[in-house]
Design a binder for this molecule. Structure first.
Ligand code: WT7
Length: 660
């Protein structure tokens, strides 16, 4: 690459400012030419008979026995898909490709934190999955028994998940960054019989003891009878005779003969605990046939994947649903090669992601808006160090993406060639629900655009009527889809109550506020529990944040409603400035004026607090709850999911006693 051809940061800033005026982005012609779906007839096809259409998509999987009925909705909201069908997830991810002679294909280009590289093929995965499945069986794990997985981003995490799937033991993956307390709780709630973990985990050049930390609570969780320990750093860790096994030793002596169990389409594939707005996490349960159908289809068509040409990379952690669906099950079912990266985006330096994209010729990259904003803050010099010309499609997930970040992603990372798919979905939906089809949909930065084929999304008012164009309401899904959660683990009442009590037992309550524009495009506003009421007007914290962040000097913002004598609630904004900028009274006026221009005077923050960081969950969601606690002088609530615990100390000093 020639350094002289690279635009400067100022040039880019100017171009982005111009692009902010542009409201629509059509799929680039070159992309459309090779797109798997290049015209919109698929929407009509699916709408004509959604069940038949999904059944056709399910045929892309390998079934041991076909289904008698596509959908049984007689006991709504407990829906059953592909009733009577039998299949196995690990067979669909592995055996199928190996049997077709593609065993030598790389499944994962793995990159360790310290630069280690391992290429793991489909045949490698299959061999280890069979052996680990036999180890689990030897330890008495039977279909239906829950197996906990608490591992970093190493290939063994995929082996562990698929070994469970092979024998019908639902896995319960806990994000490697969660504290042991969270693991304990999740093992207790799910009555896990076994736990697969590591000796130590690594983060930015340091290592942390995992096995010893797990040992501290295991005595209190008697259901866990087996602990399998992957030797990740090789540190000396205590092992308990009769309970604990080293992964390598155990699979070394295990048989490689382990046929995939033919499981009912509705057999539980996994439980994944998701933090809700209440204290107790929800055990979201996904089953096999429908989930795999929804994930396989969306993986292929939203990301336009051609297995022989593409290299896919989803930068999430397997501990989240994004990792379950789009690092493990989706890519492997489709037989593509992906990248798996153990480390942080800024270690050893802030260009590591772009280095990996260049190194492996990544063609499709999927990440979160919060990560994009961090990269913006670090500056264009990091992506500019690398050749990113292999990229042809970009994706985002997790929160609404503010147009400024969308445009930066489009321009700086995608070089203006790559469509962006802003994918809306949830742990509960299992699969992407609202998203562009990249060869078809005209994108509008900030909008997840339209429901995918077969999906019926709507914006409703409290009574279940559709809101007029541009009017905010509640996002709803009015028709069951194959990848939906089936229940909350051992808590069917909470399932019904949480998702199907707002309107009726067939209309799924999402928990997001949204509006549709005159073209039918969906604009997700944010969680309804993050709504602020200023003088009787409802405002979304996410919306105000997006407005603040669109100010050229602002890198990131978190907004809460603070109790206010005059207006009920007032907007209080925690603002992180770009680079080394210092907050000033003048900037404060500017930002307030900027928000007034974007949304209205009403949304102007009453209070702006300059800060270097805000509390976030490990998945990058701002924990407004903690900010509210601070602003109102309460004792901090649960902080176990916090990414950087130190941030709260800095913030506490920002409020004086009488302000609260
Ligand atoms: C909530 C679900 C799905 C994997 C990651 C998060 C928000 C997700 C988008 C998007 C606007 C989004 C919603 C949703 N969300 N994607 N593209 N645009 N908002 O999974 O932790 O279950 O969170 O994330 O508010 O309800 P999750």
């Amino acid at each position: 690459m020639e350094a002289t051809t690279k635009p400067s940061a100022e040039q880019i800033e100017r171009e982005l400012a111009e692009l902010l005026e542009k409201e629509t982005f059509e799929p680039p012609a070159a992309f459309r030419e090779t797109a798997l779906i290049a015209n919109d007839s698929v929407y009509d096809e699916a709408a004509r008979d959604p069940q038949a259409w999904w059944a056709t998509q399910a045929e892309a999987l390998d079934w041991f026995e076909t289904w008698d009925r596509v959908l049984d909705d007689s006991d709504a909201p407990f829906f059953k898909w592909f009733v009577g069908g039998k299949l196995n997830a690990s067979h669909n991810c592995l055996d199928r490709h190996v049997e077709a002679g593609r065993g030598d294909k790389v499944a994962f280009h793995w990159r360790g934190e310290e630069g280690e590289e391992r290429d793991v093929t489909y045949a490698d995965l299959l061999r280890d999955v069979k052996r680990l499945a036999n180890v689990l069986k030897d330890r008495g794990i039977e279909p239906g028994d829950v197996v906990g997985i608490y591992l970093p981003m190493i290939p063994e995490v995929a082996v562990a998940m698929l070994a469970c799937a092979r024998i019908g033991a639902p896995h319960n993956v806990v994000f490697g960054g969660f504290a042991p307390d969270a693991v304990k709780e999740r093992m207790e709630f799910s009555e896990a019989k076994a736990l697969i973990t590591v000796d130590q985990a690594r983060r930015k050049g340091k290592s942390a003891d995992i096995k010893p930390a797990v040992d501290e609570f295991l005595d209190e969780v008697p259901s866990v009878e087996t602990v399998i320990v992957v030797q990740n750093t090789g540190a000396d860790v205590p092992m308990r005779e009769g309970r604990d096994l080293f992964y390598d030793e155990a699979i070394e002596s295990a048989s490689e003969d382990c046929p995939a169990e033919p499981l009912d389409a509705e057999h539980p594939l996994y439980v994944l605990y998701s933090s809700g707005s209440t204290a107790k996490p929800k055990g979201i349960l996904h089953t096999t046939g429908g989930y795999l159908t929804g994930v396989a289809w969306t993986q292929k068509y939203v990301f336009d994947l051609k297995p022989d040409e593409d290299v896919f990379w989803c930068s999430a952690d397997v501990g989240w649903v994004t990792g379950h669906s789009y690092i493990v099950y989706g890519p492997l079912m489709n037989g593509v090669t992906s990248v798996m990266y153990e480390g942080a985006p800024d270690y050893p330096d802030k260009d590591i992601w772009w280095q990996l994209i260049e190194r492996h010729g990544v063609t499709v990259f999927y990440t979160a808006p919060t990560a994009i904003r961090a990269c913006m803050k670090w500056g264009v010099e990091y992506p500019q160090r690398h050749d990113l010309s292999s990229l042809r499609l970009l994706g985002t997930v997790g929160e609404p993406i503010n147009p400024k970040a969308w445009l930066w992603y489009w321009k700086v990372i995608g070089g203006g060639r790559c469509p962006i798919v802003d994918t809306w979905w949830q742990t509960e939906t299992g699969q992407i629900m609202i998203s562009p089809l990249p060869g078809v949909t005209t994108a509008k930065p900030g909008s997840a655009t339209l429901p995918l084929p077969g999906i019926d999304a709507a914006v409703l008012d409290e009574d279940g009527n559709e809101t007029p164009a541009d009017e905010q309401g509640l996002l709803a899904l009015r028709r069951t889809w194959p990848g939906m959660l089936r229940t909350l683990f051992r808590d069917p009442d909470r399932y019904r109550e949480t998702y199907f009590s707002k309107w009726d037992e067939r209309t799924y309550f999402v928990g997001d506020a949204a509006r549709r524009d005159a073209d039918g495009y969906f604009w997700i506003v944010g969680r309804v529990d993050d709504v602020v009421n200023v003088s009787g007007h409802r405002l979304s914290t996410a919306e105000v944040e997006s407005a603040i962040v669109s100010h050229p000097r602002v890198a990131e913002a978190a907004v809460i409603g603070q109790r206010d004598e005059d207006t009920g609630q007032a907007i209080c904004a925690f603002v992180i400035l770009e680079g080394d900028l210092e907050g000033s009274a003048e900037l404060e006026r500017e930002v307030r004026e900027h928000v007034a221009q974007r949304i209205g005077k009403l949304a102007r923050p009453k209070r702006i607090i300059w800060t270097a960081d805000v509390p976030k969950t490990r998945s990058g969601k701002i924990m407004r709850r903690l900010l509210r606690d601070i602003a109102e002088g309460r004792e901090l609530g649960d902080v176990t999911t916090l990414r950087e615990p130190g941030v709260m100390k800095d913030l506490e000093g920002k409020f004086s006693e009488d302000e609260r």
